[in-house]
Design a protein around this ligand. Structure first.
Ligand code: SF4
Ligand code: SF4
Length: 595
């Protein structure tokens, strides 16, 4: 895209443009919604080093290394990724910044695709960072550039706090020129950068001092703007998307729009509070700004009118403003049309399906993990009792097993974990399994090695190179697991259904710890399309065993000349994995001659 042109970009694409124009050189990420597209977009720009790292902690460390060398660097992650990255983050933020450093946190109000809804503004304050909160694509670009310059000017890492609606919605963006910021080299002063106790005490004062300077800057910072309305007695403080949603309603209030949401200029807001009868803070999720004002003795309200959870659209904001007495009339909510419920399904030919079909039939308790296979938690498989966070299934299963053993209630337990999650944070859990292992333990861990990070769209991970040489890592999980010290390790081809079923059931019965590695690749990333299957209605007895495998192309239908419903397969959707044919008790499902 040429400079000075305009384009319609998503928030994610626009922040990448900001990174590029700011002279960004190093970017690292772990894929996760709502920010997965950021790194994918950066890869289309030349002259930038970009990688999907093994997890968010490593991504942060790669970006820290870039910044230590004077390169403008960015780490990108979804909100829960900050939990993984927080260990290096909390110490990195004690050091001065060389190359501008931006941490992008994609927060997910309403949990559209996340296991929780955490407000990472709190995390950034905890870590002594500045926070910028863009509300549309132009701001995503402009604030990214500003984030780099604030980072260098005030010597602190900056959090770009972007929410899922802003990441994915599109608006017009004006492009600019790329600035050049060459790396300065790696010659750090250990007193400032080696965070041993002798040096960290001084670092506490350094952090305090730089935040106070930034607070002074916030007084008339260009991205904090007052919009006064004639006769208004109420001031609403809003940032990010909330400002734009508020503007749609156009209430009789003045607005103080915050682009720099931390630190706040308390001096400026105190002055404003003297001009208005009331201050209302409008923000999604936690009462972050509201609490900041209250801590500093500025009377205000906010969460008493607006929901503490979920997204706040214009209707919800209007309802809150009515409760607050700002709007005199209740705004009629648009009639909600009932959308047809369409629960997410495993894809056609997904290799996870036969595993969960086998486990469902074995009636064993399963601890799930984060990945596509978390879909198995819902009907018809009901195949995971718990899903907490990346890699957690292994430690949790061990704890359950040990607690049950104390109750003298030994039960076989199964944990499932994908390859991406295994590399992300599963490996320490596996190592810990061998600690105080007991022959009476009965754990079967199934590693669903589909060779990609499938849930976020098929990004490569450490074992993807097996199928695609361009993916340059091909770590062999079996060798790694054996090297850790596991003796009972078996490989299964889950498309050989009966064989896989026998192996898995044997391992579930076997006392001790068994590792089963399921070896089929993701059906979407590595499309291995075989001739499709079809149902011969003259043989089908309508038992629904095939339908119960829950593959999207299969359904029961009426056939001419048959009273009973029989199975059928949509040839256009079938990828020919053969699982349905293998579970059919009467061989009514056959492979077509060609596709
Ligand atoms: S062969 Fe059967 S299970 Fe496999 S994709 Fe086709 S319909 Fe689905
Ligand atoms: S499993 Fe076989 S017999 Fe049963 S419904 Fe499917 S095609 Fe028909």
């Amino acid at each position: 895209m040429s400079s000075q042109s305009k384009g319609v970009l998503t928030g994610n694409e626009a922040l990448v443009r900001g990174f590029y124009e700011a002279g960004g050189l190093v970017a690292a990420s772990y894929p996760g919604s709502p920010t997965v597209e950021v790194l994918e977009t950066i890869k289309s720009y030349e002259g930038v080093y970009a990688e999907f790292s093994t997890n968010e902690k490593v991504a942060l460390e790669v970006a820290i290394g870039g910044s230590f060398t004077g390169a403008r660097s960015m780490a990108v992650m979804k909100h829960v990724g900050m939990n993984i990255a927080s260990d290096p983050l909390m110490t990195f933020t004690e050091t001065p910044i060389r190359g501008g450093f931006v941490l992008v946190s994609g927060d997910d109000p309403g949990m559209a695709s996340s296991q929780n809804e955490q407000d990472n503004r709190l995390f950034a304050k905890f870590a002594n960072m500045a926070i910028l909160s863009p509300g549309n694509s132009q701001e995503a670009k402009d604030y990214t550039k500003l984030a780099f310059s604030l980072s260098e000017d005030f010597q602190l890492p900056t959090l770009l706090n972007i929410t899922s609606r802003v990441c994915h919605s599109r608006s017009v963006v004006t492009m600019g020129e790329r600035e050049e910021h060459a790396p300065t080299g790696f010659d750090l002063d250990p007193v400032k950068y080696a965070m041993i106790p002798k040096n960290t005490y001084q670092a506490q004062y350094f952090m305090k001092d730089r935040l106070e300077k930034l607070q002074e800057y916030a007084y008339d910072c260009p991205v904090n703007q007052l919009e006064e309305k004639d006769g208004a007695t109420i001031l609403v403080i809003a940032s990010g998307l909330m400002y734009y949603n508020l503007k749609e309603i156009d209430p009789p209030v003045s607005i103080y729009k915050l682009g720099l949401t931390y630190p706040l200029s308390i001096k400026r807001i105190k002055e404003l509070s003297e001009q208005y009868d009331e201050i209302i803070v409008l923000e999604e999720m936690m009462p972050f700004i509201e609490n900041e004002l209250k801590i500093h003795g500025i009377p205000c309200s906010g969460k008493s009118y607006f929901s503490f959870t979920g997204e706040l659209n214009s209707e919800e904001i209007a309802e809150g403003l009515y409760k607050a007495g700002v709007l005199k009339k209740k705004i009629d909510r648009a009639e909600k049309t009932a959308a047809v419920a369409r629960p997410p399904l495993f894809c056609s030919g997904c290799p996870h399906r036969p595993i969960f079909d086998i486990l469902k039939k074995s009636k064993v308790k399963i601890m799930g993990d984060i990945g596509c296979y978390s879909l198995a938690a819902q009907a018809p498989f009901n195949g995971s009792s718990s899903i907490i966070s990346m890699g957690a299934s292994i430690g949790i299963t061990k704890g359950v097993q040990k607690a049950l053993a104390l109750k003298e209630d030994p039960k076989p337990l199964v944990a499932v974990i994908g390859d991406g999650t295994f590399f992300h944070s599963g490996i320490p859990g596996f190592i810990n399994l061998l600690h105080q292992a007991d022959d009476k333990d009965n754990l079967t861990i199934i590693i669903l090695d589909n060779r990609t990070t499938a849930m976020t769209g098929g990004q490569s991970n450490a074992s993807s190179g097996h199928y695609n040489l361009a993916d340059d890592m091909n770590i062999d999980i079996e060798s790694l697991i054996k090297t850790i010290g596991f003796k009972q390790v078996v490989m299964v081809d889950q498309f050989k259904y009966d064989e896989a079923k026998k192996v898995i059931n044997n391992e579930i019965k076997r006392p001790g710890i068994s590792i089963v590695i399921a070896t089929r690749p993701c059906a979407l990333k590595y499309k291995i399309k075989e001739p499709h299957f079809y149902v011969d209605p003259s043989i089908c007895i309508g038992c629904r065993s095939c339908v119960n495998t829950n593959c999207p192309p299969i359904r029961m239908k009426e056939y001419k000349d048959y009273d009973k419903l029989k199975s059928s397969i949509d040839a256009n959707m079938c990828v020919g994995c053969s699982i349905c044919a293998q579970v059919c008790p009467v061989n009514a499902i056959k492979r077509s001659e060609s596709d």
